[in-house]
Design a protein around this ligand. Structure first.
Ligand code: GLN
Length: 484
């Protein structure tokens, strides 16, 4: 049963081929069986899940089922879930039970889904490999000596290994798309403001956005429909109509204009990734789309600009963890400064500390203009380049990552090498655009992702292009061997 998509499982439930209790039991069983090896869950909630599943079966029997009723899902441990541990994979929040729900996950809950657990991630979503977690690294189900990508590596790993049919995730600079690519699953980062950030633990507020990780674009459409929409509790949430994303999936792509930015096909790109993209573009052309060369000339600045802005915002957001109101507190503080210093020194890991220090530096009086202000100006430039390109074309196609999954530990001592893992994804967050990563081939037995970038609030069009591609290919159906 675990190989079915969310859409297929939803049909099986409605047709009473299976009950929610059976489904949830089956996935819980797999999650318990494989989590020791993969470490993709921080928590599993079997009792809560079975109680919800029983209630879902009641609703289905009464003909009162919602779109996601009875379907198991997992949430990244960055979303506050009332009454359940919400750790952000940090020692700082190891003891934190959220007092309220994040809007995004609450909406998925209200649509009837059953949360079976919370997924592992890089600490405070800072990383590209899911190795900075206080709970140890997540492993890639395609090769357990390799990383699953990050920061939403737990969600991508769990969906890839079919331990859950769908999961939520967040993306500040690539954390939905990059792990989706490295694990061979579908990951959608919506337009900034499409999904409420309320209750989603903040990393870099002007970049963070929640979204789904699923097997297919169709499943992503199901989850996005439930998660999206205006929320008065998030001042940056957009009051823009939510499309019916599932209904949008039947459009031909004949006449579609696909932009290809040359800057994204550099020498560092692995050959099999170029080949996968070439293959995909041929298919699009056969289906009637045309390929247009476009320019995004300042792409190479996106990594430095991103790391100045993301670090600056994180240094501000993470100042709330002071050992006073919640989170880790050191023992026997001598005075208030000692309480702050030791609680933070003990509670945060090295990567988080590196970001806080970088952020504090670029915001300091002497360096604000030279770094932060300059980065903001360049951010505008990058956004304007995307805007101009999207006037010429409907979508932009790029690789999601320059390489397939890399070995565990191989980039941990070299932060710049780690940061470059996101070279193709961060500029999308800087511009606030929506983008999806879908499986498009393999490189030496490891999955390869293709990124499709769309215009603001055009998730429906984006999902349709991804869906049409998935109708022509079966990369998204491949499962990691030995875990079936
Ligand atoms: N890898 C990037 C970072 O470390 C992006 C992380 C994310 O999207 N949350 O900041």
């Amino acid at each position: 049963m675990h190989e079915y998509t969310l859409m297929e499982l939803s049909r099986l439930l409605r047709e009473r081929e299976v009950s929610s209790v059976e489904l949830v039991n089956a996935f819980l069983h797999r999650a318990e069986q494989f989590n020791d090896g993969l470490n993709c869950f921080i928590s599993l909630f079997p009792e809560h899940a079975l109680e919800r599943a029983r209630a879902a079966d009641g609703l289905i029997a009464a003909g009162e089922a919602g779109p996601l009723t009875g379907l198991p899902v997992a949430h990244k441990d960055i979303f506050c879930t009332a009454g359940f541990k919400t750790s952000c994979a940090s020692k700082m929040l190891d003891n934190f039970i959220a007092p309220y729900n994040a809007t995004a996950t609450e909406r998925i809950d209200a649509a009837g889904s059953v949360m079976i657990g919370k997924t592992n991630m890089d600490e405070f979503a800072m990383g590209s490999s899911s190795e900075t977690s206080f709970y140890g690294p997540v492993r890639n189900p395609w090769d357990t000596d390799r990383v699953p990508g990050g920061s939403s590596g737990g969600s991508a790993c769990a969906v890839s290994a079919r331990l859950v049919p769908a999961a939520t995730a967040t993306d500040t600079g690539g954390s939905i798309r990059q792990p989706a690519a490295l694990c061979g699953v579908t990951g959608l980062k919506p337009t900034y403001g499409r999904v409420s950030r309320y209750g989603m633990i903040a990393y870099a507020s002007s970049l963070d956005q929640g979204g789904p990780i699923t097997q297919t674009a169709q499943d992503a459409a199901m989850l996005l429909s439930a998660m999206s929409g205006y929320d008065r509790r998030d001042a940056t949430s957009a009051d823009v109509k939510v499309d019916n994303y599932l209904d949008a999936l039947n459009k031909e792509i004949k006449g579609l204009k696909i932009g290809l930015p040359r800057e994204y096909f550099s020498a560092e790109l692995e050959r099999p990734i170029t080949d996968a993209l070439d293959g995909a573009l041929k298919l699009f052309e056969q289906a009637g789309a045309s390929i247009v060369d476009i320019e995004l000339p300042h792409t190479e600045l996106s990594i430095p600009v991103y790391y100045v802005i993301a670090s600056a915002e994180c240094s501000s957001n993470l100042s709330r963890y002071d050992g006073v109101r919640f989170g880790h507190r050191c023992t026997d503080p001598g005075d208030i400064m000692d309480l702050f210093c030791r609680s933070r020194s003990e509670g945060f890991g090295n990567e988080v500390k590196r970001r806080i220090m970088t952020g504090t530096y670029v915001l300091s009086a002497g360096y604000y203009d030279a770094y932060y202000l300059k980065a903001q100006r360049l951010r505008r430039l990058l956004r304007d380049e995307f805007r101009a390109a999207l006037e010429q074309v409907d979508v932009i196609v790029t690789p999601t990552t320059p390489t397939a999954a890399f070995p565990l530990g191989s980039r941990l001592d070299d932060p710049v090498a780690m940061y470059l893992s996101d070279i193709y994804t961060v500029s999308v967050n800087l511009a606030g655009l929506p983008a999806i990563s879908i499986p498009a081939g393999f490189s030496h037995g490891l999955p390869v992702g293709m990124q499709i970038i769309g215009n603001y609030f055009r998730e429906a069009a984006l999902l349709n292009v991804a869906h049409q591609y998935q109708q022509m290919t079966d990369w998204h159906k491949r499962m990691p061997g030995g875990r079936q």
